[in-house]
Ligand binder design. Structure first.
Ligand SMILES: [Zn+2]
Length: 283
């Protein structure tokens, strides 16, 4: 499924620091742009792909270290590539913008999971949060009959099956629309290699963001199933393989944490119930 020469795509990285709401490259003549292929972090067996790591970023420090290790997203478009040739040019990106990109990726992953699991409520919730995250930037279409904010079109008499059909249409449409939008500038060019006397295709993936959406798109085409870790405080997604359908945590430490949390909740509930029955006995 992965075009073999896509791994030739290169992207630059450089040390960065946080300055207010911005991430800024550190000027250091000893640290010029370092080039690498984002696709080195894609499709490796049982390893998180780059876009999955990106979608799980939380704190400003998480974001800083991601950009430090993999480069700016390329939010200013193709121009960043030109800047990377000059060493002393300063580059910056806004944390607010990066956070918007993280939450959109995260919501799209959640929506995709809800659609594969046929989880009507979760799919609806994801669609609504996608719309509110994209508000003022891009329009996310939600059919009137399932949109609680649309008093004219909303229909609370629609049955679950009818509702599911509408959510499915809107959900897949939103995923396709959002990913396609990020793939607009990704394309293949043809070259002639005089040394080998052969034609060669070359992939142009203009930004890190478009590289991550290319990975997402290739995984969807390959039918890869991703699931969110069931540890409530963990944002990570992991790949679900046919032979471990019962896996619900991304790693054993999350399983242990959540088991502990569930145990505490259970004992707390038991205690509460016990005190209720004892106080009921006193009456
Ligand atoms: Zn986890």
């Amino acid at each position: 499924m992965i075009p073999d020469n896509i791994r030739d795509s290169q992207w630059g990285k450089k040390p960065v620091r946080i300055e207010g709401d911005r991430l800024r490259s550190i000027f250091d003549p000893w640290h010029p742009w370092q080039f690498y292929s984002p696709f080195e972090f894609f499709g490796r067996d049982r390893e998180e792909s780059l876009y999955m790591r990106f979608a799980a970023l939380e704190s400003n420090e998480d974001i800083r270290s991601f950009v430090n290790d993999f480069g700016f997203l390329g939010l200013q478009g193709i121009s960043l590539r030109k800047i990377m040739i000059e060493n002393d040019a300063e580059v910056e990106e806004s944390l607010t913008e990066i956070k918007f990109q993280i939450s959109r990726m995260h919501i799209l992953l959640g929506l995709q999971q809800a659609l594969t699991e046929k989880n009507l409520l979760k799919a609806k919730r994801s669609l609504l949060s996608l719309r509110s995250a994209c508000k003022g930037r891009r329009r996310i279409f939600i059919s009137g009959i399932i949109d609680p904010d649309n008093s004219h079109g909303y229909d609370d008499t629609i049955d679950a099956e009818g509702e599911w059909e509408v959510v499915k249409l809107d959900g897949y449409h939103a995923i396709v629309q959002e990913i396609s939008h990020e793939l607009q500038d990704v394309h293949q060019t043809l070259m002639y290699d005089f040394s080998t006397e052969c034609y060669k295709g070359q992939w142009i993936v203009p930004t890190l963001l478009s590289a991550m959406y290319t990975m997402f798109s290739l995984d969807l085409q390959g039918g890869k199933i991703l699931r969110k870790c069931q540890n409530t405080t963990c944002l990570k997604y992991f790949e679900v393989y046919a032979n471990d359908t019962r896996k619900i945590y991304h790693d054993p430490s999350c399983a242990a944490l959540q088991a502990q949390r569930n145990y505490r909740q259970k004992t707390k509930k038991k205690k509460e119930e016990a005190s209720q029955t004892s106080s009921a006995g006193e009456d």
